[in-house]
Design a protein around this ligand. Structure first.
Ligand code: SF4
Length: 409
């Protein structure tokens, strides 16, 4: 069984009928390369941390002919049947100029079709929903923002919000729909959000992923684009968690949140409620400092304590661990750090620069990257069972402990 991912290119905001007011790609500036795990050892800045992180696809959408050629080449390289096809890109698939032809082409492969992400802003005719269903679309992640068409028009700049919502309505009836909404306080929270949940619930959506709006650098804006909406104060992490919990209880559809939390799987770090599984993990035998984001820090500290406590968690002033940059490490006092410092696998820092900053008190330290993921955020866990989340956490945490036991002091 093979999964086929079909990249249609495109630029966020520019190839989705204009920027949504809350879009994190709005105002992205030409920041110096951040550095990352893909960079070569002696220079900071590679294609991933200069272009991909901004989802920068210079030429806009990839023409259908080129997409078709790539698909054909990929198919020739596969040994078995395609079991799922996912359309993805930097731009919005609903705005792809040859969208119907693209879907026709992919439908001919007779495998279930997924749309990884769409805002639906490009759907002007409700009939496209039946065309997609007849073409084998089985799952879509669809940004609803609000079920109020006026709000979609005003904040998403959707020129035909009624048509987009009709498409969403029909898809909810027939296929697996995971709706999504960035929650902007004062705009689509409160009663608007409750109405949106009820609207999705009545139509049979599988779930709603709420994304806490971020407006400051320490909340996760790393591309020189803060604030995205001047004057808007995002929910605190605790307020957001409470909001997700209460909506998930109120409605039948699964409501989860990112950066936290998923009340159904109880992630992140669902393993903290599973003492039997914690007991199966390897014990810590050496010392290390483990740098992470402020959201994950208390959870990870509890896990490492339960495994022997020889490793200390060091939170930085960045809420999301995967978005830690060199500036965040510079704000950490190195004097209390152990000889081995482990940073998140996906942190946006160059290893050599990070080691220099974390050794600036004159005590040389070894820097290593931990696993890419230790737990599942809501975007990852939405379609997962609790067992699958637990197994992912067991794997990530075991890898971290093994790294510390091998290279720690
Ligand atoms: S649809 Fe998504 S990528 Fe496009 S402007 Fe809106 S938030 Fe940004």
């Amino acid at each position: 069984m093979s999964f086929l991912s079909v990249d249609i290119g495109g630029r966020p905001g520019l190839d989705c009928r204009g920027f949504c007011s809350y879009c994190y790609f709005r105002g992205v500036s030409e920041v110096a390369p951040l550095g990352c795990r893909h960079c070569p050892p002696f220079s900071s800045g590679c294609d991933y941390c200069t272009r991909s992180v901004r989802e920068f696809y210079g030429e806009g959408f990839i023409p259908l002919r080129d997409v078709a050629d790539t698909v054909l080449a990929r198919l020739q390289g596969l040994n078995d049947e395609v079991s799922r096809i996912t359309i993805s890109g930097g731009g919005d698939p609903s705005c792809y100029p040859d969208f119907r032809d693209l879907v026709d082409l992919l439908a001919s492969m007779e495998a279930p079709l997924h749309i990884g992400y769409t805002s639906g802003k490009g759907f002007d005719d409700p009939k496209i929903a039946d065309f997609l269903i007849d073409s084998g679309l089985s799952e879509v992640s669809f940004t609803v923002f609000a079920s109020d068409p006026g709000l979609r028009k005003r904040f998403m700049h959707d020129p035909t919000p009624d048509a987009s919502l009709k498409v969403l309505d029909r898809l909810c009836e027939a296929i697996d729909v995971y709706a999504a909404a960035v929650v902007v306080p004062g705009i689509n929270d409160g009663k608007v959000l409750e109405d949106t949940c009820a609207w999705l619930d009545n139509r049979g959506a599988q779930g709603l992923i709420l994304m806490r709006f971020a407006n400051q650098q320490n909340q996760g804006l790393i591309l020189g684009n803060a604030p995205v909406m001047p004057g808007v104060v995002p929910h605190t992490i605790d307020e957001f968690k409470t909001l997700v919990t209460s909506l998930n209880v109120q409605y039948d559809l699964k409501v989860s949140g990112t950066p936290l939390w998923d009340p159904t799987t109880r992630s992140p770090f669902a393993i903290l409620q599973e003492p039997d599984l914690l007991a199966k993990l390897p014990r810590l035998s050496r010392k290390a400092s483990v740098v992470t984001g402020s959201v994950a820090a208390p959870y990870l500290a509890a896990v490492l304590d339960a495994l022997g406590g020889t490793a200390t968690v060091v939170p930085v002033d960045k809420e999301i661990a995967c978005l830690i940059t060199l500036d965040d490490l510079s704000g950490t006092d190195p004097s209390g750090l152990e000889d081995l410092v482990v940073i998140p696998g996906r942190a946006f820092v160059h290893d050599t620069e990070a080691a220099r900053v974390l050794s600036r008190d004159g005590h040389p330290r070894t820097l290593m990257r931990g696993p890419d993921t230790l737990t599942a955020d809501a975007e990852t866990s939405m379609g997962m069972t609790r067992d699958a989340v637990l197994s992912m956490e067991m794997e990530g945490i075991s890898t971290l402990v093994q790294l510390i036991n091998r290279f720690g002091s």
